[in-house]
Design a protein around this ligand. Structure first.
Ligand SMILES: [Zn+2]
Length: 348
């Protein structure tokens, strides 16, 4: 047995958590498992086909219905939905005249916006109840309003200092809590960006993991490091501690990726981390990984192949379940990762 695959043991993991100097990738699965699959979906908010664009608000009649179809087809699959507490962005690209005016263009919103509160989860109880009832689905934070001043319309935490980031994250968590939406302590920063101020703010408010880096191009290997969107230089295949009490998990696969990339990641013992965006078409932009029938059919076929090729060796899990046993607040034993495994499991 490869100790790379199945270590460190529980006590070592505990020591690891308490030792802030140990940063870097973490290679660990439950006994019998040799790789993992997670899938996350960005930009979920109560927008319906009657508003600027559908983003989950049509419930089972819209994009969420297509996700439910995939969950029904693959009983081991689990989802992480990144939900924005009070979405305000209409177009993801700068479309206002101010964009041509130096100085000013960095200090105003350069895209058309929804009024504050329009998509606030507290005003959409049916949407919240529907998400809460979804099977095998966890909810994590995707910004506060998903807007930013200046040309980087979506990079919400850009240029904010630590205190501002913390204030925005606290407000996001408050809206989640007041709406009654169950959620986990994870963040996908809008626009992928996660600089030092945001990392520090995550720790200030109790967020334990972030999913910032996306790399769907770098060739697969155990040592591969991200070099595309968001954080660069972090592990492309494994959870990594990027700061004390803060884990990072990369995205390494999307609709435009070939199936071979998925198999290469699983063969390398990595976490196949699949990304989707809930909307396909938004004003001025087409999400290549939008949740349309084509992408869901592709994943359906891919999951069939993974189930056939790897059988029980795959841990079908979520970002939070990957991060939870490694985070500082978890106890020494977690239901997902019990310290002692039955012999039968070990023999798998
Ligand atoms: Zn987003």
């Amino acid at each position: 047995m490869d100790d790379w695959q199945f270590g460190p043991a529980q006590e070592l993991r505990r020591a690891f958590i308490l030792d802030d100097t140990k940063l870097g990738p973490i290679h660990w699965y439950r006994p019998g498992k040799s790789a993992a699959v997670v899938m996350s979906v960005d930009d979920v908010f109560p927008g319906t086909s009657q508003s600027a664009y559908e983003s989950g608000g049509d419930l089972e009649r819209g994009a969420i219905g297509r996700l439910l179809w995939l969950l029904e087809r693959h009983k081991q699959l689990q989802l992480t939905l990144f939900v924005t507490p009070d979405w305000r962005r209409i177009a993801p690209v700068a479309n206002r005249l101010w964009r041509h005016v130096p100085w000013l263009r960095d200090r105003v919103y350069l895209t058309s916006l929804l009024a504050k509160g329009t998509m606030d989860l507290r005003n959409h109880p049916e949407f919240v109840a529907f998400l809460n009832a979804m099977p095998r689905t966890e909810i994590a934070i995707h910004g506060l309003h998903h807007i930013n001043q200046g040309h980087s319309v979506s990079v919400e935490f850009q240029k904010q200092d630590r205190a501002s980031c913390a204030r925005m994250l606290k407000e996001a968590i408050r809206i989640f809590e007041e709406s009654g939406l169950r959620h986990v302590r994870g963040l996908q920063p809008p626009g992928w960006d996660c600089d030092l101020a945001l990392q520090q703010a995550c720790r200030d408010v109790g967020i334990e993991w972030v999913a910032s880096a996306r790399d769907i191009q770098t060739p697969v290997s155990k040592d591969a490091r991200t070099a595309m969107s968001g954080l660069s230089g972090v592990s492309m295949l494994f959870p990594e501690r990027i700061a004390p009490n803060l884990l990072h998990i990369s995205t390494n696969f999307q609709a435009t990726s070939a199936p071979e990339r998925a198999f290469d990641i699983l063969d390398a013992g990595g976490i196949l981390s699949i990304k989707a965006h809930i909307s396909k078409n938004v004003p001025g932009h087409l999400h290549l990984d939008g949740v349309d029938e084509l992408y869901m059919n592709y994943l359906d076929r891919l999951f069939d192949d993974i189930e056939q090729r790897y059988g029980d060796a795959i841990e079908w899990t979520t970002l939070n379940q990957l991060a939870n046993p490694l985070s500082a607040s978890s106890s020494t034993s977690s239901p997902e990762y019990p310290a002692a495994q039955p012999i039968a499991d070990r023999a798998a």
